[in-house]
Design a protein around this ligand. Structure first.
Ligand code: ADP
Length: 395
């Protein structure tokens, strides 16, 4: 060995030792990198290990970036809001939904509103378990359900769900059950009372029996009407079976005939103008229900001497049905609500004339199920016009 290579050997000993340790650590960290004792001894071998490690690291970085992209895509497309708060209370990440629900970017947990969200984060950290709270945010009110979850390292995750729509549906369902129960309870109570009176009157005053029996019959048929409408409505909520090609002029003629006697008895002139138009793809039964309910309303809400007109015929892209009357009319403030279930302008008049409060709700569902549109115009004391447009069957 010459003097210079001896010197080089001494000078290189320390850096080589460090390189060996670095190579061993990299081999420990990276599953794709292995070192043999021979490579450790030879600078050339060490260089190859390091190159291998550099390749492996670059591959891992690319894979991590791809994973991050996928994760960001998932978080960005989630309906739930996700917010990550670190141990110092700083917001490290918030997806789009979280910023939408919280109305803007949130720099830190202390800026979270309403306070119940901050409290949920604190409680989750304190109790080391997920904590769920409900919160109301801003005007118009949005209802949020938030779950705070503690994460390793002292931070926490806040997962937010907008439950406004679910709450509205639940409220509607509760209202509907309450209204339906109330509607059913009234005739049932009346039937029970009439039955009891008949039982006692049968012995004491047989002549009164007929009157009570009549009342009993009236209430029982009212009950039957409510039940029938409720069944129709629940069937229509699931959609209409659109399997037939329906000629609306025939449906209108048939329904007008059905109600002719009722109109005559009420002293109302019923005028029919049914012109053939293109057929409508739909359920004949449901379309008949639509016409019947509009006509029935027009007759019931028009006084003696009035006039009800039903016209049907071709219109742009389909069929136009128009039912107009010269009756009571509907106050403009009530117009937006008349299609709601059990909504009535004058509950007493509706019940007196055999209404269930469900007719227009049924009408609206049939129209929607057939891809149509409904419009109403009304003037108090002068009458109302309901216009339904139904698209023609294709092909
Ligand atoms: P109802 O069984 O009470 O008639 P509907 O759902 O058919 O229930 O109608 C809802 C309310 O709309 C009625 O109670 C009535 O106040 C009003 N209404 C519907 N059609 C007419 C009409 N042609 N003229 C006046 N008011 C009407």
């Amino acid at each position: 060995m010459g003097a210079s290579s001896f010197l080089a050997g001494i000078l290189l000993r320390r850096p080589l030792g460090r390189l060996r340790r670095a190579a061993l650590r990299l081999a420990d960290e990276l599953p794709g990198v292995r070192v043999t004792p021979w490579q450790l001894r030879d600078p050339e071998g060490l260089a190859r290990v390091l190159e291998r490690a550099a390749d492996e690291l670059a591959r891992e970085r690319r894979a991590a970036a791809r994973e991050r992209e996928v994760r960001d895509l998932i978080l960005a497309s989630m309906e739930e809001g996700v917010l990550l708060v670190d141990a110092d209370g700083l917001v490290r990440f918030a997806n789009g939904s979280a910023e939408r629900m919280l109305r803007g970017p949130i720099p830190s947990a202390s800026a979270l509103a309403p306070t119940s969200l901050r409290e949920a984060l604190r409680a989750a950290l304190r109790e080391r378990r997920p904590v769920t709270v409900d919160a109301v945010r801003g005007a118009p009110a949005r209802y949020l359900r938030a779950t705070a979850v503690p994460v390793e390292g002292g931070g926490s995750l806040l997962v937010l769900r907008d439950v406004t729509e679910a709450k509205r549906v639940e409220e509607m369902r509760r209202d509907f059950v309450a209204n339906a129960s109330h509607e059913l309870k009234t005739p049932v109570a009346s039937i029970l009372a009439a039955a009891e009176t008949i039982r006692t009157a049968a012995a004491e005053d047989p002549s009164a029996v007929a009157g009570f029996a009549e009342r009993l019959e009236r209430d029982a048929s009212r009950l039957a009407r409510i039940v029938a409408d409720l069944l129709d409505l629940s069937r229509l909520e699931a959609g209409s079976e659109r399997t037939e090609r329906v000629a609306m002029d025939t449906v209108v003629r048939e329904e007008a005939e059905r109600l002719a006697a009722q109109a005559r008895e009420a002293g109302i002139e019923l005028v029919v103008d049914a012109r053939p138009g293109p057929p409508v793809t739909g359920s004949r039964r449901d379309l008949a229900l639509l016409v019947r309910n509009l006509l029935d309303n027009a007759i019931r809400y028009t006084g003696r001497g009035g006039r009800v007109e039903v016209a049907v015929g071709p219109a742009e892209g389909g069929v136009l049905l128009r039912v107009s009357d010269t009756g009571l009319g509907i106050p403009s403030r009530d117009l937006p609500r008349i299609f709601e279930r059990f909504y009535r302008v004058d509950p007493a008049r509706s019940r007196e004339t055999g209404g269930t409060g469900l007719g227009l709700s049924i009408v609206k569902h049939v129209v929607e199920n057939h891809g149509g549109e409904i419009r109403v115009e009304s003037e108090l004391g002068r009458g109302s016009t309901f216009e339904v447009r139904l698209p023609a069957a294709s092909g």
